[in-house]
Design a binder for this molecule. Sequence first.
Ligand code: PHE
Ligand code: FE
Length: 283
Amino acid sequence: MTTADPNPDPYYDDRLIAQDWESYSVEEHAIWRRLFERQSHLLVGRACDEYLAGLDQLGVCADGIPDFRRLNDVLGQTTGWQIVAVPGLISEAAFFGHMAERRFVATRWIRSPAQMDYLQEPDIFHDVFGHVPLLTNPAFADYLQAYGRGGLKALRLGALDMLARLYWYTVEFGLLRTGDGARIYGAGILSSKGESIYCLDDPQPNRIAFDLKRVLRTRYRIDDYQETYFVIDSFEQLMAETAPDFTPIYAELADLAEFEPGDIQPSDERADDMLTDRGSPQA
Ligand code: PHE
Ligand code: FE
């Protein structure tokens, strides 16, 4: 950002709202409970340990919609992240700006009973159940802040299409390789009943070892389960691979073709081998 910027702080705006936790209805808390119970059972053996530990540490549970003030007490003592509520969609600059300052932007509304399985826009279950637990993990917490800074830079460079793919294939739909097989860390999967099964158990999607340039070139689907998942070895690896200055990488990739969501490239390292046949022993 230049010092001559006439609007130096575009994201410290008046759009932050209070969560107003007291105003949730009994029915809204009941929807949270149903979602939580369904998903928390499913995620045992599917979500990564770092995520499950965060859920536990934050005290996110079936009682009802969490109070951001309580979550923020815990986050404040662990990684320093904070959750802030916004009324709806905000600008990209605001989104990245908050993230660069370790503020995670979340919605306060919860889906209706008719929307249990499919949503077009994130609700509080996606934002809080899906994203917030990993904010307790120091390595992931650092990655997301770095992403926020990278987002502000990509905005200036006109490279947001590419950087958005990195968010999509890691923060939203990422898989992690562990000694026990693949585990989920992406929030878009963690908050989805169908996809948390599909991404690990279905033979159809590609599961490919994470490669930064490959990811930056790969388009994604917003209307269906992913055709490709990228698998990282650790959050430290993710951080290390995304640490270099992206400016020359954006320039290099700008002239290259994009990949379609389901395409396989010759250089892809397939990561299906380490997927669990949950239940059947590996040779
Ligand atoms: N290294 C990236 C850049 O120079 C910033 C970044 C870090 C982006 C981590 C995403 C994740 O733009
Ligand atoms: Fe999300």
